[in-house]
Design a protein around this ligand. Structure first.
Ligand SMILES: [Zn+2]
Length: 73
């Protein structure tokens, strides 16, 4: 379960929400994998940063030919 889903479930429970926000808040990251999400879908896994693409591998397959890449294998 993601942070957003867990927060949504207890939005109407004031005290639980306060405790949740106090103890489960996400870290402010300055670098790392989560700082470069895919520009199309927002995934953080399998993101291609080479040539400044910033597409995840799934989205890259969809837009690769439009960008001028051609398939060789
Ligand atoms: Zn993507």
């Amino acid at each position: 379960m993601t942070y957003e889903n867990a927060k949504h479930q207890i939005e109407n429970k004031k005290i639980k929400l306060a405790r949740f926000l106090k103890f489960n808040k996400q870290k402010d990251r300055k670098h790392g994998r989560n700082m470069t999400p895919c520009r199309k879908c927002g995934k953080t896994e399998g993101v291609i940063n080479k040539y400044g693409l910033r597409y995840c591998r799934q989205c890259f397959r969809e837009v690769a030919e439009d960008l001028g890449f051609s398939k060789f294998s």
